[in-house]
Design a protein around this ligand. Structure first.
Ligand SMILES: N[C@@H](CCC[C@H](N)C(=O)O)C(=O)O
Length: 263
């Protein structure tokens, strides 16, 4: 058995087990242990697990796993939470750079609010089969009516496993307008294989898609998710090309503890 100190963080209800792995002690190859730590009945419970590690050229490195134990692509809410975690560990003060699977990120933190620069977007794919944006993770977007009662799990799962996205799959976001520049979003997340309370890369993808489609008129969009509110700002430099993409919202520590895993 191996005893692990962990911290639990959440960003608009997207929750993560956070581990300081600067000493590289964590058994990354043990996918079963990662899934167990994220299990809501037999473990701590979370949508994902994040390791904070040293990086040669930035303040730290983020390594992200979905709750099924698989290492995955970028997590926007996780990125905001790891910035709050790095501040708690006194690695950073109010601004930082860090390395993630999709490259270099800049972020600032003021109290519980983290503004995280996401990767640039070079394509918004719109055709008869899809509205799709890759914001560090893949996101399919569907506009719906009556989002509150929409069957996000059932419909999301169908698209997540659709032939169009084989073999990697996609996350699926369902969106309904509040007004021109504010949208409600619910997301089915790949690797969690369920609806989560929030998805940062998903909210970012929706904001960019709504702007690209000409539905949103501003370069700052408000997104309301089941777990709270996010703001996404960007510069649209050409059709489908978005730079200075910033995802902003709260990131909070929930609790910390120790847990033993089979090593
Ligand atoms: N919750 C995340 C997205 C995490 C990655 C996703 N589940 C995938 O595997 O693509 C976010 O806040 O962006």
């Amino acid at each position: 058995m191996q005893k692990i100190t962990f911290y639990k963080y959440q960003g608009t209800g997207n929750d993560f087990v956070m581990i300081d792995n600067r000493a590289l002690f964590f058994p990354k190859e043990n996918q079963e242990a990662i899934a167990l730590l994220c299990d809501r009945r037999f473990g701590i419970g979370a949508d994902g697990l994040i390791l904070l590690e040293n990086d040669a050229i930035t303040d730290f490195r983020m390594v992200y796993y979905n709750s099924d134990g698989s290492e995955s692509t970028m997590c926007g809410n996780g990125g905001r939470c790891i910035v709050a975690f790095a501040k708690q560990l006194e690695i950073i003060k109010t601004q930082c750079t860090f390395m993630a699977v999709d490259g270099l990120h800049h972020a600032t933190i003021k109290e519980d609010e983290v503004a995280l620069q996401m990767i640039d977007v070079n394509e918004v794919r719109v055709n008869e089969h899809q509205i799709f944006v890759h914001t560090g993770s893949p996101h399919h977007i569907v506009e719906v009516n009556n989002l509150e009662s929409y069957k996000v799990f059932e419909e999301g799962k169908k698209i997540r496993y659709a032939a169009l996205y084989t073999p990697g799959g996609t996350n699926v976001n369902f969106v309904e307008a509040i007004d021109t520049n504010h949208y409600k979003v619910r997301t089915y997340e790949r690797g969690v294989e369920d609806e989560t309370f929030s998805c940062g890369t998903g909210a970012t993808a929706v904001a960019i898609a709504m702007h690209h489609l000409g539905k949103a008129t501003k370069e700052e969009i408000g997104i309301v998710v089941p777990g709270g509110s996010l703001t996404i700002s960007f510069s649209c430099v050409a059709p489908g090309i978005y730079e200075n993409v910033i995802l902003k919202g709260p990131a909070k520590k929930v609790f910390s503890g120790e847990i033993s895993i089979n090593s």
